[in-house]
Design a protein around this ligand. Structure first.
Ligand code: GLA
Length: 733
């Protein structure tokens, strides 16, 4: 029988305690991580790299000497979780104010336990009644999650100024480079790479949510060794949707340490006796398979371990969204017309975007009033939803539940529900304010109003939006909340807000198990591994220009799985770059993850609609492979000739997209050299455009990965796609 080569070696996760020492080897996928307790009873980082064999027992090096009288051993030793104390001059993992005025800590080992793939190391301060639990969870995909819990075991209240999830120490080397994702609204996910310089480079958000400007993801490579296809990569991402910080430090002795967790900026968390603060999960991994494999490990991990419906996430249906076609003018009549056109194209989910509720005729009013606007929908949503169902689609709707327009009934009723300082002017952005979700009554309101909407209507999908940053993060006290703001002036809002958001989403999902949720924040402002535990997909950017989108998606897919990435085909020119891009290119650009259509279908020509039908039909033939297969970035968009390939997990199907932005100097299109196929198998090729591929119908995997394919792309904004099906051995010609 034909033996299927697994797309990646299945190596289980395990934690091995080294006999006779207090040391553990954590292995999963192709990586191992070793941590041990040193001579000073402090947890020290021992190893982070390729998977170790059973016999490997790396020594715990022990505290390193300081450097003269200017750097103490706390600074020179690669510690796992160093609190500020004993002269630590680098980014502390923890900084706490004690009731007796002491602001330092020295954490030493107390105990540990292993449960399945989870290790817990308990530390205690040498003088204060404060315990810190370090957690390690190893996943078989080759990802390790680390986080901490800070626990008050005394009788007085502590105030936490800074709390990280973990510090990752990398092997000492002087040829490190690193990559990160930065951008802005409508230009998120720009990939940057630079030499890792001595000093501190900071990735962070101070705007209340994950942010458009930086994403909590990083990669570290070794210059001269690492490429897209091979070489060492250490990578990580933080699971938190509030203010976060990742400090990437190169110390004076070239120790590289990466500390991430809550952003200490304006942070403050009171810890009364018996209470604990848990930090977000900070995930990291290692591969020798280059930047491409680093992304694939993260993708597999997200699908198998993290997304709400893991380990078998539901495929993202092809959706239609009304935003770019009808804006705030959504109404029963115009949506009914779009339903019929969308259904004809093969759309599976019909979503009405902003404008359906309260007095929402523009972005000036209505946010907060989540009841159907009876002028636009005189019979409620029911007739529209019935039509959507009758056309074979399910129904989705846009909400932005964390926000309020001052011009709304909700704000008029509860002006103290927003984030604000009592005497300071409230800065409006997009004419709206942020509700203080950390307040129990606000949390309850948001849950119940959305729960009612979903219960009363047959809603399969929420596009959960969030359209501004924080400006005055004050907690307006009322009633019995005065105690809450003592000491930290309500700074708990940074933690409690996000926790409550997660809690609302979790409750909604529990109560409505078939509900899908998209995380949108004016595009890609809230994409991280925290929100992705509760949301099925994200909206990476409001910029739907297909050319910009290729670049945006290229960056996005470094960190997040295609399954999570929604993209729409919209009309061209679309207002961002004022260029015209042909419809086929737009479709093929939007097929790199979940496919959506956001164009004004009622203005599409008969030819456009016919092409749309063909494209949607093609997409459905490769939907599973794109969303849940292995992604290979064959050629980046910066070449002007991007090539992207997806291979199903059993390598029986592959699909390769080729784009040409502009032809120059009469050059023919670069060959498309595939990856990740079964080399000894034959593949049958199904080009979408037969005139663009003149080669044989069946080609060996080894040849496709050796010489590759010639695709005849010419002119400007040309694109095509080829589907490949592996032939069973017995059918091999
Ligand atoms: C945000 C979203 C858009 C759209 C608008 C509606 O900008 O990212 O897709 O939903 O809000 O106001």
């Amino acid at each position: 029988m034909f033996a299927v080569m697994p797309a990646y070696p299945e190596k289980p996760a395990e934690i091995r305690a080294i006999p006779g020492r207090i040391e553990w080897v954590l292995s999963g996928g192709n990586m191992s991580y070793v941590v041990g307790i040193n001579d000073e009873k402090m947890p020290q980082s021992v190893y982070f790299g390729r998977r170790l064999s059973e016999s490997a027992v790396p020594p715990v090096a022990g505290m390193r000497p300081g450097w003269a009288s200017f750097e103490t051993p706390m600074t020179t030793t690669p510690l796992e979780y160093a609190a500020w104390g004993a002269g630590l001059a680098l980014e502390p993992a923890l900084k706490v104010d004690s009731a007796n005025g002491d602001r330092t800590l020295i954490l030493k080992y107390m105990s540990s336990q292993i449960e399945a793939n989870r290790l817990e190391i308990v530390l205690k301060d040498t003088t204060q009644p404060l315990k810190v639990h370090l957690f390690y969870e190893m996943f078989p995909e080759g990802v390790l999650a680390r986080w901490s819990r800070i626990e008050n075991v005394g009788r007085q209240t502590f105030k936490i100024d800074q709390a990280a999830s973990a510090t990752w120490n990398l092997p000492r080397a002087s040829n490190y480079e690193w990559s990160w994702l930065a951008g802005r609204w409508a230009a998120e996910w720009q990939l940057h790479t630079a030499v890792l310089q001595p000093g501190t480079q900071v990735l962070e958000s101070r705007v209340g949510t994950t942010s458009h400007t930086t994403n909590p993801w990083f990669e570290v490579h070794q210059a001269g060794l690492t490429t897209e296809q091979s070489g060492p990569v250490w990578f990580g991402e933080l699971g938190w949707s509030g203010n976060w910080k990742i400090a990437v430090e190169v110390s004076s002795t070239y120790n590289v340490r990466i500390t991430g967790g809550y952003n200490p900026f304006d942070f403050g968390f009171r810890l009364p006796p018996g209470q604990a603060l848990e930090t977000p999960k900070f995930y990291a991994g290692f591969t020798e398979g280059g930047m491409g494999e680093a992304s694939r490990v993260l993708h597999r991990f997200q699908l198998a371990e993290l997304l709400p419906s893991h380990p078998r996430p539901k495929l993202r249906p092809v959706l239609f969204d009304s935003w770019e076609s009808t804006r705030f003018n959504v109404a029963e009549q115009n949506q009914m017309a779009l339903v019929d056109l969308a259904a004809k194209l093969g759309v599976e989910r019909f979503v009405i975007d902003d404008g359906w509720f309260g007095s929402r005729n523009s972005d000036h009013s209505g946010l907060g009033d989540w009841f159907v606007n009876s002028e636009k929908f005189p019979h409620g949503l029911k007739p529209l939803i019935e039509r959507v169902h009758a056309s074979g689609m399910d129904f989705g709707i846009w909400v932005e539940p964390e926000m309020v327009n001052p011009d709304s009934d909700l704000y008029r009723r509860h002006p103290d529900w927003v984030l604000a300082f009592p005497d300071r002017q409230r800065t409006e952005e997009r004419h709206q304010l942020v509700l203080n979700l950390a307040k129990p009554e606000v949390k309850e309101y948001v849950f119940s109003v959305i729960d009612r909407l979903v219960t009363e209507n047959s809603i399969a999908f929420l596009k959960w939006d969030y359209n501004r940053t924080w400006s005055e993060p004050g907690w307006l006290a009322g009633g019995n909340e005065t105690d809450q703001i003592n000491g930290t002036e309500g700074r708990e809002v940074y933690v409690d807000y996000v926790r409550n958001l997660y809690d609302i989403l979790a409750r909604l999902r529990k109560k409505h198990p078939n509900l899908d949720i998209e995380s949108c924040a004016g595009g890609g402002g809230r994409v991280d591994l925290g929100i992705l535990r509760f949301t099925d997909e994200t909206w990476p950017s409001d910029n739907t220009d297909a050319l910009d989108r290729l670049n945006i998606q290229y960056g996005y897919l470094h960190a997040y799985a295609p399954q999570t990435m929604m993209s729409w085909v919209t009309d061209s020119p679309n207002g961002f770059d004022h260029r015209f891009i042909p419809l086929k290119f737009r479709f093929l650009a939007a097929m790199q993850g979940g496919l959506g259509i956001g164009g004004a279908l009622d203005h599409w020509s008969a030819d456009d609609l016919a092409l749309g039908e063909t494209m949607v039909r093609f997409y459905k033939s490769v939907q599973g492979t794109i969303q849940q297969g292995s992604l290979y970035r064959l050629s980046p968009p910066s070449t002007g000739a991007e090539q992207v390939e997806y291979v199903s997990q059993d390598s029986s199907q592959a699909v390769v997209f080729a784009y040409l932005q502009a032809q120059h100097n009469a050059l023919t299109y670069p060959r498309v050299v595939l990856q990740g196929l079964a080399p000894d198998s034959m593949y049958r090729l199904y080009p979408l455009d037969p005139e663009k591929y003149k080669g044989p119908d069946t080609v060996a995997g080894s040849l496709l990965m050796g010489e590759g394919l010639e695709l005849n792309l010419e002119g400007d904004y040309a694109a095509t796609v080829v589907r490949l099906e592996r032939l069973h051995e017995e059918r091999r010609p």
